[in-house]
Write a new protein. Structure first.
Length: 387
């Protein structure tokens, strides 16, 4: 088995090597280089023709990339310089990969010659040029965002400044401009609550809602605050939460009384009698009627909390959207008990027996549940203001 595996491996290596020259002749230099690296890294059987083909592939790839870089330098825009950076970095990686298999000597003693360059300064210069072009574009974008009060444009400028930092950290005044873009692109969203529910339930709702953790919705571009009086000058949006109706139904209990009974065999007598000289077995059964009284109880209590949410654009003083929010509570339970002789119960009835009957929930518990469900919906609506 090992012999077969070794043979297959050897055949694979031969096929890989043979394909290098063919790929070079077809002009597939990238694939020829990649296959050559794989083959020469693991095999010492290197024919001169194969080594020369690999040598040529590397040379042509380098010349091709350097020519493309020179062409791109005449183009304007950040995309060109970003591409140049990537190409220089690719030249560095290719050179590093090649260096791992050197010296590359064929079986006939031919030593491949490769030209190496120090691309570090070229990469650094390309990054500076890319950063500079992006910087100017982002600066112009930020200026327009400020004049037009366009928050989305300010956010795009922020992203561009981050690209600058990906090339050169702490470039010029990028950090200051990022902060400015962040400020211009930031939205302040106020939240106000109007609760028309009176009594203790209304107070409980107020306490729970005003303690809502708005901060969990904050992110880089959004800050949520509860409205305090008329302090909304810096605000961008108002989320008005309206709670106007609470209905808790009375406790409903329905009891169904019924009786079940059975005739139960309690005794059997047997004896022998002779009739016409023939013995005959006699049997007499005695039955007793047993019964049980049952009560099946159904309990039910429902509630609904009605309200809504309105999104208002404070800069344009216009309503963006309105949506009703209705949350429900439903309690239902049943139980069954009996008094009397258990033997009178039918099998289906026995399966329905349930001596544990839940107590009706108190109104305070219901209000807490309803407000919790209302807050879940509100959370989704607050996140929707970010879109």
């Amino acid at each position: 088995m090992k012999t077969i595996l070794y043979a297959l491996s050897f055949m694979f290596l031969l096929a890989s090597c043979a394909s290098v020259d063919k790929l070079v002749r077809k002009g597939n230099y990238e694939e020829a280089f990649s296959k050559g690296i794989s083959y020469f890294s693991s095999s010492k059987k290197r024919k001169t023709a194969d080594v020369k083909a690999f040598e040529k592939a590397y040379q042509l790839l380098t010349e091709r990339d350097l020519a493309e870089i020179e062409r791109l330098k005449w183009s304007s825009g950040s995309a060109s310089w970003s591409h140049i950076v990537r190409m220089y970095e690719n030249l560095e990686r290719r050179q590093f990969t090649l260096n791992r298999i050197l010296p590359l000597v064929s079986e006939d003693g031919y030593t491949a010659v490769f030209e190496f360059k120090d691309y570090a300064s070229l990469v650094r210069n390309a990054k500076e040029q890319a950063a500079l072009v992006i910087y100017h574009g982002a600066s112009d974008m930020l200026a327009k965002a400020e004049s037009k009060k366009d928050k989305n444009m300010a956010r795009r400028a922020y992203v561009e400044f981050e690209k600058v930092e990906s090339y050169l950290f702490n470039f010029r005044d990028v950090r200051t401009l990022k902060e400015k873009a962040l400020t211009l692109g930031h939205k302040i969203i106020y939240v106000d609550i109007r609760n028309d529910i009176s009594g203790r339930a209304g107070k409980d709702i107020d306490k729970t809602m005003w303690n809502y953790a708005l901060g969990r919705h904050d992110d880089l571009w959004h800050s949520f605050r509860f409205r305090e009086d008329d302090d909304m000058e810096e605000g961008d949006m108002l989320v008005l939460l309206d709670i106007h109706h609470l209905d808790i139904s009375p406790e409903k209990e329905n009891n169904i009384h019924f009786t079940e009974q059975k005739d139960i065999l309690v005794r059997t007598d047997k004896w022998i009698e002779k009739k016409d000289s023939v013995e005959v077995e006699k049997i007499k059964e005695y039955y007793q009627t047993v019964s049980a009284s049952l009560i099946e109880t159904f309990r039910e209590k429902n509630a609904i909390l009605e309200g809504g949410v309105r999104l208002v654009d404070l800069q344009r003083n216009s309503v963006i959207s309105e949506k009703p929010i209705n949350v429900h509570f439903a309690f239902a339970d049943r139980g069954m008990m009996f008094v009397g002789d258990e033997r009178a119960l039918y099998e289906d009835t026995k399966k329905k027996l349930d001596l544990h009957l839940e107590n009706f929930p108190i109104d305070e518990e219901i209000v807490t549940y309803l407000v919790g469900e209302y807050k879940k919906v509100i959370g989704s609506e607050l996140n929707r203001t970010k879109s």
